[in-house]
Design a protein around this ligand. Structure first.
Ligand SMILES: Cc1cc2nc3c(=O)[nH]c(=O)nc-3n(C[C@H](O)[C@H](O)[C@H](O)COP(=O)(O)OP(=O)(O)OC[C@H]3O[C@@H](n4cnc5c(N)ncnc54)[C@H](O)[C@@H]3O)c2cc1C
Length: 384
């Protein structure tokens, strides 16, 4: 259910103020320390930011996709690491349960995810299985009234902090494709559940990723999402479909910030006796960034509105993620160029954003995988 416009507007204003006053000033500190301060995480919990997309009946704010992307435009104004800490609870770490969980599973986990009491992570990728996710090898073997999990999941966002994992594993060893996969809810702390050391990344410092290793981890049979085997790949794809619109919105938010930084620098920096913003070659870069950012924003809003109307948005979500993540890469590159030598130095935020945005073209489906999805959907729709 959508919030009434006044309440939603208040939420946007509150989040905007929180970002400008509390997050922007510590962006560099977070990048250098590779840690988001605990008091900031506590404030995010108080603001309800961990439960934006979780239905109100389970303690969340229950935003529609359109409302969610409008808030993501705001959140994108600051370092993506801040979005990452709340991102899994609002997206891949909760939506499997929101979409396909049994009433008992929803009641048990969603309130804790909505409040931020626990962090949720999503375990699909493996050392030998990335884009071809349907070929995953982690196994879940039935033994009595339990499943026994074995395998390794790679690059799992927020895993070092997670209390609960959505884990895709193969329940049918005979079926090597998508139909042999089931999704499970796995709580942290179980015997045999281990973690690799936190990976060192190019950007988005303060957001943490590591391997999650399952060695004969025993979980109750009712941990299977939706209570039915063989549905796990569908659950994962539904989660990613919504997630793509959200990532695209985050890209728009970061692009808006980068354009603002570029305008500020271009109007302050003087060369050849005048502000560099007066030079048409600089203006061309500004205009290209603005045009592409505007196009991406419209794509995101259109995809979100279609999804809220209940339409199939596989193609639109993939188009938006593909275009917006490539767009923000170009905008970041131009922002560095407009800053000249200063753009290459850590003192200016564009250097950090340039590294941060690179990830958007890779995770939750690379640009190449988005292209394949778009073309597959085009051909399907053409064939009727
Ligand atoms: C920081 C970070 C956080 C992440 N968080 C999570 C998470 O929380 N949970 C999770 O499950 N995963 C997560 N991932 C994994 C991420 O989703 C994968 O890295 C991504 O899907 C790509 O898989 P891969 O790295 O194995 O690359 P590969 O699949 O090996 O791809 C390598 C290259 O080949 C291309 N390629 C592959 N197949 C094709 C094809 N058919 N046609 C054309 N080109 C192709 C790709 O586009 C890419 O350019 C994260 C990754 C990172 C880096």
């Amino acid at each position: 259910m959508a919030l009434d416009p006044e309440t939603f507007d208040q939420l946007v204003q509150t989040v905007r103020r929180f970002i400008r006053e509390r997050l922007v000033p510590i962006e560099r500190q977070v990048d250098e320390a590779d840690k988001i301060p605990d008091d900031i995480v506590a404030e995010m919990k108080e603001l309800g930011l961990f439960g934006l997309s979780i239905p109100q009946e389970y303690g969340g704010i229950g935003l529609t996709v359109t409302e969610e992307v409008k808030l993501a435009f705001e959140l994108g104004y600051t370092s993506p690491a801040f979005r990452s800490i709340i991102g899994t609870n609002n997206g891949i770490g909760s939506q499997g349960i929101v979409n396909d969980g049994t009433p008992e599973q929803k009641a048990k986990y969603l309130p804790k995810l909505a409040s931020g009491e626990i962090i949720g992570s999503f375990c699909l990728t493996e050392p030998d299985v990335g884009s071809d996710a349907a070929s995953l090898r982690t196994s879940a073997r039935m033994d009595g009234n339990e499943y026994v999990l074995n395998g390794t999941k790679r690059y799992i966002t927020n895993a070092p902090h997670a209390g609960v994992f959505t884990v895709m594993a193969r329940t049918d060893p005979e079926n090597k494709g998508a139909g042999g996969i089931s999704a499970f809810i796995v709580e942290n702390g179980l015997p045999g559940l281990k973690f690799g050391k936190a990976d060192k990344k190019m950007g988005q410092k303060g957001a943490h990723v590591c391997d999650v290793i399952f060695e004969d981890v025993r979980i109750p049979a009712d941990s299977i999402i939706g209570g039915k085997e063989g549905m796990g790949f569908k659950t994962a794809m539904k989660v990613l479909d919504r997630g793509r619109i959200n990532i695209a919105a985050a890209c728009v938010g970061v692009a808006q910030r980068l354009i603002e930084e570029s305008l500020r620098y271009a109007t302050e920096r003087k060369q050849f006796g005048q502000a560099i913003a007066n030079y048409q070659l600089i203006q061309a870069m500004l205009a290209d960034s603005q045009t592409e950012c505007y196009a991406a924003k419209m794509m995101v809003l259109d995809a979100a509105e279609k999804r809220d109307r209940g339409e199939n948005t596989i193609q639109e979500a993939a188009c938006a993620k593909y275009y917006a993540s490539e767009m923000v890469g170009r905008v970041a590159d131009r922002a560095v160029q407009i800053h000249g030598g200063a753009g290459y130095l850590a003192e200016y935020s564009v250097e950090r954003f340039y590294r941060d945005v690179r990830l958007f073209r890779i995770y939750e489906g690379t640009s190449q995988i988005q292209q394949l999805i778009i073309a597959r959907e085009m051909l399907k729709r053409f064939a009727g």
